[in-house]
Design a protein around this ligand. Structure first.
Ligand code: PMP
Length: 452
């Protein structure tokens, strides 16, 4: 037998075949909907990457609430994916549901501000320490707009990123290091510009490379997650951010921190939990409780410079903002979410569960002598197919194993447990219970038994 990441690969493949059969036989309604969907949905799904889950056809959701959802065939699940963070505080949290219901009778979008936005900006300033704010409809958009501001403010063209990053559909960041050389990612469809002309890429945790990239004074901003979460998790080494920030300051490069996933670190994100001092700050996905919305913040100095850049620009469209931005519905949802859902108490509950989950997974890994490890960023936990946590995007990329992920994920899904596709990310929410976490740990243990 061949071993792969410490498991018996023949057994793993046989298991996958059996799990696919199980899924198919348990999901007649999902199967029928998938067949109908193929008539008019391109690729048979609303978004083509919905075909990249581990399931033989799409799992159709009937309804979701708190930490749970039910599929159209009546099966119940504990959701540890939580919309890959969009529902990090649970599905339809009651205060948000109430706010949406109230706003439902009071208008959705006017291109005019509502009082909620004033309250929200004040709360964002208190929570994240950035004094000024703007809104967008998605984290992708917020990052795009923040990059635009950074270039406008500094008059510099270059953006710097860490290899293996993901910040949404921001074309500027689809640059990979291949043998140390930046290359436009080849999977990017319909992109005709040479992105490497204005984007530089270096490895995470590499201060020497950072200084080398910054020292010609051409870099407008460093766009980064404080801990990488999209190529598997990669944590910053002790002292990395302190020195990276100092280098950015030294060379006049703005630090644009994307907290969309690392908001799992606490109510003020990784930034507040670890004392970072970004110039620009983005958070999307769960900020309005799952209603599409994102926010981006400016430091005092950068706010003044952004105002000056706008004042000195010719009149016309700035390329920043869209019609539905800061709409009444999203503002009402975000106000309720920030006031009553993303609370210190909610985080305390989530941290406790994540600790229990990480400890449980480590115990399973040790018991079965798997060459795996567990990485955590607050309420976000991941198991990775390596005994030593990766230090950067290249190392993290090498250990990804999409096939093995599919087998684990489908095994769990057939047992009523959903984790995030495309890596092994596990989220807990205020409604997740100790028994849910214990069930997940137990099921990962059963998987280990089945493939060893
Ligand atoms: N930033 C980060 C760190 C993300 O992980 C993602 C999505 N996974 C985004 C931005 C983009 O979010 P959205 O797809 O909601 O625009």
């Amino acid at each position: 037998t061949t071993a792969r990441h410490g498991i018996d690969w023949d057994k793993a493949q046989a298991l996958m075949a059996a799990e696919r059969d199980t899924f198919i036989s348990r999901m007649p309604r999902s199967r029928a909907l998938s067949a109908d969907a193929a008539n008019h949905l391109l690729f048979g799904v609303p978004l083509h990457w919905m075909n990249d889950w581990s399931t033989p056809f799409s799992l159709y959701v009937d309804q979701a609430r708190g930490a749970r959802f039910r599929d159209v065939d009546g099966h119940e699940y504990v959701d540890f994916c939580l919309g890959d963070t969009g529902a990090m505080f649970g599905h339809s949290p009651q205060p948000v549901a109430d706010a949406i219901a109230r706003q439902a009778q009071r208008g959705y979008t006017t291109m005019l501000p509502s009082a909620d936005g004033v309250w929200v900006a004040q709360e964002l300033a208190r929570r994240f320490g950035m004094p000024y704010w703007q809104f967008a409809l998605s984290a992708s958009d917020a990052n795009r707009f923040a990059i635009r501001w950074a270039r406008a403010i500094t008059g510099r063209s270059q953006v710097l990123i860490f290899n293996g990053c993901y910040h949404g559909t921001v074309d500027d960041v689809f640059v990979d290091l291949v043998d140390g050389q930046p290359q436009t990612r080849d999977s990017l469809l319909g992109q005709v510009y040479d992105i490497t002309r204005h984007t530089r890429s270096i490895e995470f945790n590499d201060l020497a490379a950072l200084e080398a990239a910054l020292q010609d004074g051409q870099v407008a901003c460093l766009l980064a997650e404080p801990a990488m979460t999209n190529i598997g998790m990669v944590l910053p080494e002790p002292g990395f951010w302190q020195q990276a920030q100092a280098l950015c300051r030294q060379y006049g490069t703005l630090l644009l921190i994307d907290e969309t996933h690392t908001i799992s670190s606490g109510p003020g994100g990784y930034t507040v939990a670890h004392g970072l001092q970004p110039d620009l700050f983005v958070v999307g996905k769960p900020v309005a409780g799952g209603v599409p919305c994102a926010v981006y913040g400016f430091s005092e100095d950068v706010a003044r410079r952004a105002e000056a850049a706008k004042r000195h620009a010719p009149p016309g469209h700035s390329g920043i903002g869209t019609t539905l931005t800061a709409n009444l519905l999203a503002m009402a949802a975000m106000r309720a979410n920030l006031a009553e859902v993303m609370t210190d108490a909610a985080y305390q509950h989530m941290f406790g569960l994540a600790e229990r989950l990480a400890a449980g997974l480590r115990e399973v890994i040790a018991r079965h002598r798997l060459p795996w490890c567990v990485t955590q960023v607050g309420a976000r936990t991941e198991f990775q197919f390596t005994p030593v946590p990766p230090r950067n995007g290249s190392e993290a990329d090498r250990i990804l194993d999409g096939e093995l992920e599919h087998i684990v994920h489908l095994f769990l899904l057939n047992r009523g447990l959903l984790i995030t596709p495309f890596h092994n990310m596990i989220l807990v929410c205020p409604d997740t219970r100790v028994t849910d976490v214990d069930r997940l740990v137990q099921a990962v243990g059963e998987f280990a038994v089945a493939v060893s």
